[in-house]
Design a protein around this ligand. Structure first.
Ligand SMILES: C[C@](O)(CO)[C@H](O)COP(=O)(O)OP(=O)(O)OC[C@H]1O[C@@H](n2ccc(N)nc2=O)[C@H](O)[C@@H]1O
Ligand SMILES: Nc1ncnc2c1ncn2[C@@H]1O[C@H](COP(=O)(O)OP(=O)(O)OP(=O)(O)O)[C@@H](O)[C@H]1O
Length: 311
């Protein structure tokens, strides 16, 4: 599949719902986790060809949308302070892209958008991309715009390499520079422990710092007998940006070491371009035990146990 499937597109997997006393459209922008990330080439435009198994956590940012005369954005939540320039926020860029691609009789519609930023910024969890995808999905529902899936896909791609897969919102094998999205193999049950050491890493810098040959990739199995065989497959398909991220931000190494040392952690790895890493656990309870232990050892780190969203 080289474009989004037609029909409704649940960003982060959330449907319309009611937020407390205020009726509105609400979307969760789920954390994107790259369970594998292999860099297989570089294009003339500087972007890298990659192959990545992408899953989504059942945790992320929260966006709400209410009708209004103009488009406005209010940012709140634990990581709001990291987003200083509201005009440049991917949520407003997504809204602008939707309005630019449609025609209206009279004034274009508006929306009062609220973003509760629960995900660390520039952290390898695709938070900005997930917000952009959730904004596209939520505003489409609010404005009832008839836009073809191909145009939506183009808008998503223009906003960032991770936006198409976040708009798709389901476990996927992502290829190309992020625009080729195929269903993931059938995955065993597992949970995630997400950890960010509080260091932002800019994606272009990490790609630039990457050294060594490009990876060669082989076909994925259609399914896995159990978690053990899944982890064995992942071990052969690392995150090729990990060494580069560690060279720029050595705390990533400490995060990985601490995750690896946790009881029942079956795999520790960096997500995206870092600095966030994840531990893989068979159950959410095990991941929560790890969360408690890490939070005591490193109270200044952002640590979050989450289930992996099922397809
Ligand atoms: C590393 C990943 O997070 C893996 O999911 C993504 O590939 C990055 O996705 P993203 O943050 O949405 O990326 P963009 O905002 O489109 O690109 C930021 C920068 O990362 C580099 N970049 C990104 C994606 C890609 N396939 N090759 C690249 O070389 C480019 O220098 C680009 O200028
Ligand atoms: N709503 C938003 N949330 C987070 N970042 C945003 C947002 N809007 C714009 N940005 C900008 O996008 C950049 C990347 O942010 P993001 O949190 O998506 O990075 P990331 O987690 O490394 O993403 P990826 O995993 O896709 O590389 C930051 O420099 C940030 O200032």
């Amino acid at each position: 599949m080289t474009a989004l499937p037609s029909g409704s597109v649940p960003a982060g997997g959330k449907q319309d719902c009611r937020a407390g006393e205020e009726a509105g459209i609400v979307r969760m922008a789920a954390a994107k986790v790259n369970l594998s990330l292999q860099i297989i080439g570089k294009r003339p435009d500087g972007y890298h060809e990659l192959e990545s198994l992408v899953v989504f956590a059942d945790f992320g940012d929260r966006l709400s949308f209410r009708p209004s005369a103009t488009v406005s954005l209010q940012v709140a939540g634990p990581f709001a302070a990291a987003l200083k320039d509201t005009k440049e926020n991917l949520v407003l860029r997504a809204a602008g892209g939707l309005l630019a691609g449609a025609t209206f009789e009279g004034n274009p519609p508006g929306a009062a958008i609220r973003l509760e930023k629960g995900l660390p910024v520039a952290a390898g969890l695709g938070g900005g991309s997930a917000d952009a995808a959730a904004a596209i999905d939520g505003l489409l529902a609010l404005w009832k715009l008839p836009i073809e899936p191909e145009k939506l896909f183009e808008l998503a791609r223009s906003l960032g390499a991770d936006v198409p897969v976040c708009l798709h919102g389901q476990a996927s094998i992502m290829r190309g520079v992020g625009e080729v999205i195929d269903p993931a193999p059938e995955l065993p049950d597992f949970s995630l422990l997400l950890v960010n050491p509080g260091a932002a890493l800019a994606t272009p810098n990490v790609f630039r710092a990457r050294q060594g040959a490009f990876s060669k990739v082989t076909d994925w199995p259609e399914s896995f007998a159990d978690l053990k065989s899944f982890v064995a497959t992942l071990e052969g398909r690392p995150n090729d940006l990990e060494a580069a991220a560690i060279s720029l931000q050595p705390s990533v190494r400490e995060v990985l070491d601490r995750l690896e040392a946790l009881p029942n952690c079956v795999l520790a790895r960096m997500s995206g371009s870092g600095a966030s890493c994840f531990g893989l656990f068979a159950t959410l309870q095990e991941a929560r035990h790890g969360e408690a232990a890490l939070q005591v050892a490193r109270p200044e780190w952002w640590v979050r146990a989450a289930a992996c969203r099922r397809q």
